[in-house]
Structures are given as C-alpha cells and as structure tokens.
Design a protein around this ligand. Structure first.
Ligand code: GRG
Length: 294
C-alpha cells in the first residue's frame, strides 16, 4: 500500500479512537473531561501512535488490537505537553495552535488533566488485554516498557536533566534528548513489536531504528524552533532560544544540524533491512520526518 494512503487510514483510525476514549459526562467532574479532551483532540501529528502501529504491522495485521496501546502513547505524550507548558516548567501560552491547557482551564485543572491522561493511558492498555484476551506475557512486557519510558529512567528523567540546566557538551545534550524525547518514541516502536510477537533480534534492530529516530526528531524540532512557521508549528518561533534553553543549535551550526538529522534518519532506516519491505511504513515515517514543517 502506498505510504500516504496507509498514513491517512491509520491517522483516521487513531483520531476516531481518541475521540471515543474520554466521554464527557454531565456530572460534577465535567471540567476534567473537557480539559483532557481539549488537549488530546487538539490535533498533533500522532507520530507515536503511527510508529507503534507501523512496528506492530511488521508482524501482525489486525490493527484493532494495537489501537488502544497506540492511543495510550498519545495520551502519555499529551500529558507531558500539558505539564511542560505550565508556568513552573516552560511557561508556554500556546500549544498545537491553541491556548495551552492551563491558559484555558487554569493551572490546577491542567495539572489534574495531565495526571488523568497518564492514568487513563494505562487503564485503556489494561482493558485492551482483558477485552481482546491478549497474551499476558507480551502485553505485560509492552506495558512495562511503556511505563519505564515515561518515568525517571525515561521522559521524566530527561526533563529533570533539562531543568537542572547543567549541560555543557553535545553528548550530554544527546543523552538528555534520548531520555526526554527519545524514550517514548522508542517504547512506541518496541511495545508495538512486542505485541506483534517480534523475536530478540528483531527487537534489537528496532532499538537501533527508534534510538536514531528519536534524536533525529528532536534535532529537527530544534531547527524548526528557529526556522519554523508559527502557523504550522503551533508555537512561537524562537521560544526555546528565547527561554535561553540549550538546544542542538547551541553546539552545532544549523547547516551541520541538518546534515546530522539526515545521518540519524539514514542510520534508523538502515537498521530496518532485516524486515525487507515489511517495515516500509517505519521507513517512510522516518523519511517524512526529514521533510516535516511542524
Ligand atoms: C513534564 C512529564 C513532563 C515531561 C516533559 C516530553 C516533555 C518532557 C516535554 C514536552 C515538550 C517537548 C519540547 C518535548 C520534546 C519532544 C517534542 C518535540 C514534543 C513535541 O512533539 P510533537 O512534535 O507534537 O510530536 P505534536 O503536537 O505533533 O504531537
């Protein structure tokens, strides 16, 4: 199947599933559902769910099984964006082209909406195991990888390194990126593969793919922070530079950064050779990142 058609089909399925997860109820908690849906359904590339589905489909076809886990990744990602935008963190007023969650609902609700999305992610993963009577060994391994990647050895660990602001060299920055951004990109790919029944060698190849992709993704994000268009990125140009944050461009000029994105992307794609054309979606996702403008 042509990549654009595959991507559109999966994107629509992800949107449809996300739209049906948090049901707004006319009760006294109503504001939390509204706040969760406000950010979850605000668009976004759905990059992590697409990666998980692409990885799963190397091994199995039925995307009904993987969709709840793919949505769980998007919920974890959305929670991190809500919390990252808070005044105590990056203090950003806009996200995905809209007011950030705390600007719309206030800080207390935004904190709770982030917490609730994280909880709900694991709730829907666990429910999927029960509903589809999944193999518990692989399902538990997948959820374990997802939970670790979101925690202190993954995304939160990276965020802590970032806010401590002690980075002096490029390798330290890349270490921070591999935690903050890379960890849940990697777990999206690996959890998809584990749920699909990948072997150890296949997992190793996908580790190389996802680690390189995570770094390429974040460098491209740094380039877009400087060269991007607010209408497309949904956030002001130069917001990282303006916040005096260390980025890839603190250490490397922009031309070299572009070459580095290409190299990391190529290394990611090269690792897929053992899957032949079964991993064409993953290869195409990596290629599309090189051209992304948001
Ligand atoms: C606060 C728990 C907590 C974690 C913060 C991941 C993170 C750590 C913060 C999010 C902000 C940020 C700059 C993360 C780096 C990864 C990144 C480029 C996120 C944006 O992801 P996209 O481009 O966004 O996939 P969309 O809107 O398309 O989903």
């Amino acid at each position: 199947m042509e990549y654009n058609i595959w991507q559109e089909d999966k994107y629509n399925k992800i949107e449809n599933s996300l739209n049906n997860i948090i049901k707004e109820k006319d009760n006294s908690q109503n504001i939390i559902y509204k706040s969760m849906n406000y950010s979850l359904l605000a668009g976004g590339k759905r990059f992590r769910p697409l990666l998980m589905i692409g990885s799963y489909e190397i091994f199995k076809e039925n995307d009904n099984i993987i969709l709840p886990f793919a949505c769980a990744m998007e919920m974890i990602h959305t929670y991190s964006l809500i919390h990252d935008d808070l005044p105590a963190m990056d203090d950003d007023d806009y996200r995905r082209g809209k007011l950030s969650n705390h600007k719309k609902f206030g800080e207390a609700v935004a904190i709770l909406a982030g917490d609730a999305l994280l909880n709900k992610a694991f709730e829907i993963g666990l429910e999927a195991i029960i509903t589809h009577n999944l193999d518990t060994d692989s399902a538990v391994r997948a959820l374990s990888i997802i939970s670790k990647s979101s925690g202190t050895e993954g995304m939160i660990g990276g965020q802590i390194i970032d806010i401590e602001d002690n980075i002096q060299a490029l390798d330290e920055l890349i270490n921070m990126y591999s935690h903050k951004t890379g960890a849940i990109i990697k777990s999206s790919v690996l959890a998809g593969a584990i749920l699909g029944g990948a072997t150890k060698d296949e997992i190793e190849a996908l580790k190389i793919y996802s680690e390189n992709l995570g770094i390429a993704f974040q460098i491209q994000d740094d380039i877009l922070d400087v060269e991007g268009n607010q209408e497309k990125t949904g956030k002001p140009v130069g917001s990282d530079m303006g916040n005096n944050k260390k980025t890839y461009l603190t250490f490397v000029n922009i031309e070299q950064a572009k070459l580095d994105v290409e190299q990391y992307t190529q290394d990611a794609i090269n690792s897929l050779v053992i899957f032949q054309n079964k991993a064409s979606s993953l290869s195409n996702i990596a290629q599309s990142l090189l051209k992304r403008d948001h």
